[in-house]
Design a protein around this ligand. Structure first.
Ligand code: ADP
Ligand code: MG
Length: 440
């Protein structure tokens, strides 16, 4: 859809054209008219689909009309989970708003207070902030929300993951009830949905289909691991299987990729590394060998493996879980190419609880745990839902014999129904709060 059809102010259209955009992305085409009509919004779409403009453009449109309230406080407030994101939003506000007279202020943790106090004492149109620091200023009475018209929550799910829920609610409570609220998130279910129910008024819901719908031909498996030695043994076991035609093993760092590729090579596997520190011709050589089948196990980092399209890849192994949930989707998409089926295996160590939770929330389903006989994990790591599992429930009925069996299929759609301690019969201690509370 062309931006011209969106009834935006000519000055906004001019900066969009100057940014080189010709067409609105699907999330923009759907969200902008609803937001301009004054509705609250719950919107979700994948990373990189242009969500920033989807909320900044209607916000800027509001600023083309004068405020009805006499005050110097912000008319638009954008909350983001991290400083980097706040800076991106700030830049976007500048880019799309440069032909309007818009004053944007960024309030982030780690910056000196005196400067922020000064910025806040001047007239502000758009305030972009991380919740923690904003609360500080709010509690000191330095922020005047009397003319606030729009509250925008960007990456709401990540804000909640980072433990900002109380801050977000407190900030929202300090703004006028008449405000318009836009919530953007990778997913809209679970806690995000609950938050939306409290903060939004009759919101319109916009969901642009996520990429996971394309991954139905990929079987996703989860292995809980105790430590590095356990990971290595599992990896050995898995790649030795003749079912593995070719595999990509993902590590967190370039050094780990090199090291692991060397180790696997030394163990007799046709393995090689692929990462961003290699020069382009070395990377191309490795990819060519992969395509010819001369390499069976490629050990790679996220950036280097983006977009690799090799039809022989039957397995993707997340030796380390990705830092960002969307990278999980990019990674597993390296297998199951061109209609083939594929298997994506993820290792989750005790410290990966939060990452696992994010991935599962992002893809909208929980990855099925698998256990290899003789290589069972010692501990349960998956963070569970808020309520303890009922005694004698699922776990007992289906798993009375001890550790789960290899290949056992379990998909827990609802956190509440997920049994605690079902992979671990030793004590069955409830570890759920450890992960849920982290980052507060
Ligand atoms: P998201 O928040 O959904 O992850 P961003 O808002 O950061 O995505 O946008 C991703 C990239 O797409 C940015 O570089 C942005 O400049 C660009 N972009 C946004 N909207 C458009 C558009 N309509 N046409 C072309 N590029 C766009
Ligand atoms: Mg974004």
């Amino acid at each position: 859809m062309s931006f011209d059809a969106l009834n935006l102010h000519p000055h906004i259209l001019k900066s969009i054209a100057e940014a080189g955009y010709t067409e609105a992305t699907p999330i923009q085409a759907q969200a902008i008219p609803e937001a301009m009509a004054g509705h609250d919004l719950m919107a979700s779409a994948q990373t990189g689909t242009g969500k920033t403009a989807a909320f900044i453009l209607p916000a800027l449109q509001r600023l083309t009309e004068p405020s009805l309230v006499k005050s110097r406080g912000p008319r638009i407030l954008v909350l983001t989970p991290t400083r980097e994101l706040a800076n991106q939003v700030n830049e976007a506000a500048w880019k799309y708003g440069k032909n309007l007279r818009v004053k944007t202020v960024c309030i982030l943790g780690g910056m000196p207070y005196p400067l922020q106090n000064k910025l806040l004492s001047q007239p502000v149109d758009i305030l972009v902030a991380t919740p923690g620091r904003l609360i500080d200023h709010l509690e000191r009475g330095r922020i005047d929300f009397s003319r606030l018209e729009m509250l925008i929550l960007d990456e709401a799910d990540r804000m909640l993951d980072m433990g900002f829920i109380d801050d977000v609610e407190k900030i929202a409570a300090a703004t006028p009830a008449s405000r318009q609220t836009l919530l953007f998130s990778a997913t809209l279910d679970g806690v995000v949905g609950n938050l939306a129910q409290r903060l939004l008024k009759q919101p319109k819901t916009i969901q642009v289909a996520a990429q996971q719908a394309k991954h139905e031909n990929i079987e996703q498996r989860l292995h809980f691991v105790d430590d590095m030695a356990h990971k290595n043994k599992l990896l050995q076991h898995i790649i030795t299987d003749v079912e593995v035609k070719q595999a990509i093993v993902f590590t967190a760092t370039k050094r780990d990729a090199d090291q692991l590729a060397e180790d696997l090579f030394a163990q007799g596997h046709a393995a090689a590394a692929l990462h961003g520190d290699m020069n382009q011709s070395a990377r191309n050589r490795t990819l060519t060998k992969m395509k010819r089948g001369q390499i069976r196990v490629l050990v790679a980092t996220d950036v280097a493996a983006r977009g690799i399209d090799v039809s022989g890849i039957s397995h993707v192994i997340n030796f380390d879980l990705p830092k960002f949930a969307e990278d999980y989707v990019h990674r597993i998409g390296r297998t199951g190419r061109a209609g083939a089926s594929g298997i994506a295996v993820s290792f989750a160590s005790p410290k990966d609880g939060l990452h696992l939770k994010r991935i599962e929330r992002f893809t909208g389903h929980n990855i099925t745990p698998h256990v290899i006989v003789g290589l069972e994990p010692k501990r349960t790591q998956r963070p569970s839902g808020p309520k303890p599992a009922p005694k004698g429930g699922f776990a007992k009925r289906h798993n009375a014999g001890g550790a789960p069996r290899t290949g056992e299929q379990r998909t827990f759609r609802n956190n509440d129904a997920r049994p605690a301690g079902s992979y671990n019969k030793q004590g069955g201690k409830d570890t759920r709060r450890t992960f849920a509370d982290r980052g507060r």
